[in-house]
Design a protein around this ligand. Sequence first.
Ligand code: K7E
Ligand code: CUA
Length: 635
Amino acid sequence: MPALQEVMRQRELTPDDVLAAAKTYVPTGKHDEAIIFASGGHSGQMFMIGVPSMRLLRTIAVFTPEPWQGWGYGVGNEILEAGNAKDQELTWADTHHPALSETGGDYDGEWCFINDKANARVAVIDLRDFETKQIIKNPISMSDHGGTFVTPDTDYVIEGGQYATPLGWEYAPMQDYEEKYRGMVTFWKFDRDRGRIDPDQSFAIELPPYWQDLMDAGKKASAGWLFGNSINTEMAVGTLEEGGQSFEAGVSQRDMDYLHVMNMAKIIELYKAGKHEPINGFPVIRLQTLIDEGVLFFVGEPKSPHGVDITPDGKFIVVSGKLDPHVTIYGFENIQKAIADKKFTSNDQYGVPVLDFDACKVAQVEVGLGPLHTQFDDKGYAYTSLFLEPAVARWTLGGDFGDLNPEPDWTLVGKTNVHYNVGHLLTYGGDTVNPKGKFLVAMNKWSIDRFFPTGPLLPQNFQLIDITETGETMPLLYDMPIGFGEPHYAQMIEASKLKPWKVYPEVGWNPHKQAVDPNHTKSGKERIERKGDEVHVHMTVVRSHFAPEHIEVNQGDTVVWHVTSVERAQDATHGLAIPAYNMNLSIEPGEYVQIRFVADKAGTFPFYCSEFCSALHLEMMGYLRVKPAAVAQSQ
Ligand code: K7E
Ligand code: CUA
C-alpha cells in the first residue's frame, strides 16, 4: 500500500509500530472487546477504559464530588455523607483495589467494589448505571489496604487493614503499641438482592498489630479460606526522633514476615455463633478466640512481602517479597497438611501458631528485582510485576496444563521491559478462575520521557502488552497516560459480560432505589406546592425546557425540588445548574432526582441546563427568585 508506506516514512514508523497500532486501533463505530475498571488513586474515583484502544470511556464518581455527574452537588450527597469519619466530611479518597463481583469465581458483570485506603471505606457500584450506591466507613479502622476482594460468589467483600491503630482508632501512645494497637480484617456481607452491603450481617476479626497488606480469597480448591500478607511483624514504632530507626528501616529488618492463613468458613461460623464483642458498636472476633478456635495460622514469607495472589485453580498462593528476587509459591494442600500434622515451628508473640515454611512452600521462582503483584492467563503462565527492573516476568505454573506444559515446572520464561516503577499489572480476568490471557496492562507509576512533560507532575502510564504468543514474546503495544491520581489496581472484563442500561428502565426512576419513585412528576402534573415552610417543586425536564420555569420562594424556606426527566432517547441527558447554591444535577433519560436545600440566600438566580442537549439548549433555563425575608414578612 503506497499510502501506508508513505505515512510510515513520514512519521518514521517501523513495521512493529504499525503492527502494534493495528492491534489496538478500534475504528469509529466499533467497540472495544474488553473494559478495564481502574482505581482512580487519589482522585477517589474509578475509571472505565476500553481495551485494546485504551480509550477512557468514563469516570465513575465514587468518593469525590464530581460536578458533571452532579455527584455531591445534589446527587448522591447522602451516600457521600454516610462515609464521613467522626462527623468530618471527606471529599477525597485513595482508592486502591476495585473488585468486580464474581459468581463461581468469575466476574459476573453486576457490581464493583472499591476501597479507600486513606480512611478505611468501601464503596458499592452498580454496573447497570455505573453509579455508586453505597459508601461505608469502617467503624473500627482508619486505614485499609487489603481490599476490596470478594469471595467467589460475592457473599463477602473483604477489607483488610494496613496501618495498625487501636481498634476504634482512639488515642494510645506508641509505648502501648504491642498491647493496644491492632490489625484487622473486616468481612462485609453483600446482599445481592438489595445491592448493598449489609452492616448488620458484617463483622471484623482482630489481628496482631502487624501491618496487614494485600489479601486474596481462596477459590475452587481453597474456597472458604482467606490469605493475606503482612509487613512490620517487627512491630517497629518509628524511633527516628529518639535517634533510632525510621519506619522504613524498622519495618524491613526481619527476613520473614507472616502470610496470614485464615479459615474464613469457620470464622463466619464463629460470627454466627455470637463469639464476638462490640467495638464502636461493630462485632469483632477477638484474636484469642481465633487462636483458641484454630482458625488463624501464620507462615513465614520473605522479604517485605507485598502481593498475594491465588492461582486460577485455587491450589497455590503466590507471594512476592519486594526485597527478594523470588516469588514464593505455597501449596494449599501443603498448608492443610501442615495444619493437620501440627507442623508448627513456634507461636508468634500473641500465640498464633506459625507453620513450618518448608512444609508449606512448593517452589520459589527467581523472577527479578522488586516483585510485587501476579496475574494469570489461560496458558498456565503467571505474570509478576518487577518494580525495580522494571519489567513484567512471565513464568510457568507447575501443575497440569496439558500440551503447553507437559512437564510442568515452576520456571521463568521471559520478561518484557516496561516503563518505570510498575506496580500492579492486570490480565484479562487475571485474578479469576477463568483468566483469558490475550492482553496485559502494566500500571506504571512513572512516565518520564513517554509523553509531553506536564510540568513537574507527570501522569502515570498504563502500558498495554500483547500476551497472545507463548514463550518470550510479549510485545508492548500502547502507552496510555493517566493524568488524574495514581491508580493502583484494575480489573479487565469482557465487554459482553456487562449489561448496562441504555436509559433508565421507566420514567421516574430513582437510581438509589432502582425503582420508580412515587414522588416523580408526570408530564402535565408539574406544580409547586407549599407545605408549611417547605416548598415542593414538581418539575419535568425534556428537550428543551424545564416545567415549571419560575420558582419563587421566601428566604428561609426549605426547597424540595423533584426533577423527573421524561426523555426516553439514549444520551439525551439534561443538567440543572443552580448558581450560588452550589448545585448541579445530571438528569439522565428517565431519571428522578430529588434535591433539598434551605433558600437562605435572597436574590435572583437563573438556573439552566448544563448539558448541551439540543439546538435550543441555551434557552433551557428558568428563574429561582428568593424573596428577602423582610420583604416576604411585610406582605
Ligand atoms: Cu501494590 Cu495498594 Cu495493591 Cu499500589 S498496592 S502498587
Ligand atoms: Cu437540556 Cu441542555
